[in-house]
Design a protein around this ligand. Structure first.
Ligand SMILES: NC(=O)C1=CN([C@@H]2O[C@H](COP(=O)(O)OP(=O)(O)OC[C@H]3O[C@@H](n4cnc5c(N)ncnc54)[C@H](OP(=O)(O)O)[C@@H]3O)[C@@H](O)[C@H]2O)C=CC1
Ligand SMILES: O=C(O)[C@@H]1CCC=N1
Length: 274
């Protein structure tokens, strides 16, 4: 990717993607990033000499071929407004949004009918190159632009396209927000064994490594369903069976379903708000 890429916002997601790109060999001089926080920009510049940093978004996008919008959804309209008059026009650039709950049609409206808009939904494991990003674009977006967006997000993990925009809200529930669910589950496990007598560091080490090992096992055994992988652990009359029975009695699956549906409902609500 020999293009000039601009990031609006230097927060978690933008800095993860730009770091991934530069670590993959993209010259820092081809990367531009803007943020109101000059300390954040200085830290990135120190890490990546040659990186172009700005506190003015319009200047940041001026020479860019692709612009990554990585601000909070609540701020998107405010951030886009001054870009409407940017020269050259954003209509000539590929726009990649990482924001939850802002549809392509709204992004186009905010950006003066810019046609080349790709929506993406990454997750925080992008920070260590282990992310998963869902992408969506409509028929107005060319294969070349789709490839550029895929390449961009592959700098920080795996990617998959969804063929309807509503599918991206399901990606939020399944992947974008999902690290939080796993961390909460791990924390609950850690707290429980701590309460029963294990020290905090040891508890974390065991819970964390169990999660890492289980994820890798699932990924290396794609022919097995999660039910089959659970059965592999569950000895008849043994310990796991008791834990699994408790989860079933308390309807863990129902609780997870409720949480996932709440996540999707909020994404849909945000589509009306921002
Ligand atoms: N966090 C996550 O797990 C995921 C987030 N997303 C999406 O990514 C987007 C960014 O989230 P995330 O990276 O977590 O958020 P962060 O708050 O870490 O990053 C947003 C950045 O935008 C900066 N900013 C604020 N105002 C402006 C402005 N006017 N111009 C330029 N930059 C500005 C913020 O600066 P300051 O802090 O100084 O206000 C901050 O550095 C959101 O839209 C979210 O929906 C998508 C998938 C996962
Ligand atoms: O919570 C959020 O709205 C964002 C989108 C997915 C993860 N974080």
């Amino acid at each position: 990717m020999s293009q000039q890429i601009a990031f609006i916002g230097a927060g978690n997601m933008a800095s993860a993607i730009l770091k991934g790109l530069i670590k993959q060999g993209k010259p820092a001089a081809q990367v531009h990033v803007s943020d109101p926080d000059s300390d954040k920009l200085a830290a990135l510049s120190a890490e990546f000499p040659g990186l172009n940093t700005y506190t003015d978004n319009a200047t940041c996008v001026a020479t860019a071929d692709a612009v990554v919008l990585a601000v909070k959804p609540q701020l998107m309209a405010t951030v886009c407004e001054p870009l409407l008059t940017a020269q050259p026009s954003l209509a000539d650039k590929l726009i990649v949004s990482v924001a939850a709950g802002i549809k392509v049609v709204r992004l186009r409206e905010l950006l003066g009918n810019a046609g080349r808009v790709v929506r993406t939904m990454p997750n925080t494991p992008c920070l260590i190159g282990q992310g998963m990003t869902g992408l969506y674009a409509d028929d107005l977006v060319s294969d070349i632009d789709r490839d550029t967006a895929s390449e961009l997000m592959q700098a920080v993990g795996k990617t998959a396209w969804v063929d309807s925009e509503a599918g991206l809200n399901l990606v939020i529930a399944a992947s974008g927000s999902a690290p939080a669910y796993f961390f909460m589950f791990m924390e609950a496990m850690q707290k429980s064994v701590e309460a029963m007598g294990l020290d905090a560091d040891t508890a974390r080490q065991f819970v964390q490594q169990a999660a890492i090992g289980s994820s890798h096992l699932a990924a290396s055994e794609m022919s097995k369903s999660f039910t089959e992988l659970t059965a592999q652990v569950t000895s008849k009359g043994g310990t796991t069976a008791e834990a699994v029975a408790t989860f079933k009695e308390q309807d863990l699956a129902g609780l997870v379903d409720q949480a996932m549906r709440a996540c999707v409902a909020r994404a849909e609500e945000m589509e009306q708000l921002f």
